[in-house]
Design a protein around this ligand. Structure first.
Ligand code: AMP
Ligand code: MG
Length: 345
């Protein structure tokens, strides 16, 4: 199959709708990462997502909607009662935007989307291209990140092409993703808002809005409870070369290694060193993380070393992605790095 890449325009949106209505796949930009979209209420189309990605069917998908109105999603059979009150406030405040809500599954949602769960993940993206596509298709799109399963999420159209060339008919090109990491996922066990996947909308922002502490519950929280949903795999978003997260900032560069620094004040740096945030802003680091992992990985180094992430409200989201992408940690000992693989369970 030939994969075409078209810039977003009224004509390419129409073309995308035509392909989607035939039950085929279209990759499209969102503010988080590029999504691999299919009609979310059509089981045969959803099935194609799992095939193209090589994704296990036990990993549930997020439904993307054009409207921020939960009452409308309920009327359309996407979600059902009881809808937690906090979810309404979260949708009203953060939608359209990089927040996914886990709510009771509506009658129209196929089991293929939810991996058999009685809950469904929904979100309304803010990217203009995504909005235009969702408005034109007039139905929810199931859309996981547009990469082969377990690999680095794509944050521009060329990265999608690297991942899925020949496997899908169309990629809509809407430039680089603003946020650069996947959405914050919030669920409501026993009506208690809980973050299953940290993202750009932080625990602090959610807690402040709700006037109630919102916990993060995922693998990377050392004191955290075990994963409460499928799909929260410890190994994910991974480059091909082994990635090691350094326990202290990188000061020396090794031949045959690639190095990802959080920031550097040095004027010149070697070609095998990359800077996550030239302006020392965590949002900028999130925007660049996957792009730099891809660039480093493309050199097929012996290993990639990445700096520690300085504390901030966004640090848990960055640390989560780095942890899942990594093979282990690097400890500076006796003038060299000791690489320590971690148990991947
Ligand atoms: P992605 O593959 O990046 O689109 O992310 C989808 C992720 O959302 C999954 O891997 C899960 O972690 C989470 N998710 C989706 N649906 C559910 C659900 N019903 N319950 C809990 N988590 C979910
Ligand atoms: Mg993904």
């Amino acid at each position: 199959m030939k994969t075409r890449v078209l810039p977003i325009s009224p004509a390419s949106i129409q073309e995308a709708c035509h392909i989607l209505r035939q039950g085929d796949l279209v990759a499209f930009p969102t503010e988080t990462v590029y999504g691999l979209g299919a009609l979310g209420l059509l089981p045969s189309a959803v099935q194609k997502i799992f095939e193209a990605k090589g994704r296990p069917s036990t990993d549930p998908l997020i439904l993307h909607m054009s409207s921020t109105d939960l009452a409308q999603a309920r009327a359309n059979g996407v979600i059902s009662d009881p809808i937690p009150q906090e979810s309404q406030l979260l949708a009203k405040t953060f939608w359209p935007g990089p927040l996914t809500l886990i709510l009771p599954r509506g009658t129209k949602v196929p089991h293929e989307v939810t991996a058999g769960l009685e809950t469904v993940a929904v979100r309304c993206p803010s990217h203009l291209g995504a909005q235009q596509l969702l408005a034109a298709i007039g139905a929810p799109l199931a859309a996981p990140s547009a990469n082969r399963f377990g690999r680095i999420s794509p944050t521009d159209a060329s990265a999608v092409l690297q991942e899925l060339d020949g496997k899908i008919p169309l990629i809509l090109d809407g430039g680089s993703c603003l946020n650069g990491i996947e959405s914050t996922v919030v669920s409501f066990p026993q009506n208690q808002p809980t973050i299953l996947r940290p993202g750009v909308i932080t625990a602090q922002a959610i807690s402040q809005l709700l006037g109630n502490e919102c916990r993060i519950s995922c693998h990377t929280q050392p004191q955290g409870t075990p994963a409460s949903s499928p799909g929260m795999l410890a190994s994910h978003y991974a480059p091909r070369s082994p990635l090691y997260s350094c326990q202290e900032p990188i000061k020396t560069f090794l031949p045959n290694f690639q190095h990802i620094l959080f920031f550097s004040s040095q004027e010149s740096k070697p070609d095998h060193a990359h800077i996550l945030s030239p302006n020392q802003r965590p949002e900028e680091a999130a925007q660049n993380l996957y792009r730099l992992l891809r660039i480093a990985d493309a050199q097929s180094p012996q290993a990639i070393l990445i700096d520690p992430i300085p504390p901030s409200d966004l640090a848990p989201a960055l640390q989560d992605r780095i942890f899942r992408a990594s093979t282990g940690s690097a400890i500076w000992q006796g003038g060299s790095w000791t690489l320590q693989a971690r148990d991947k369970t």
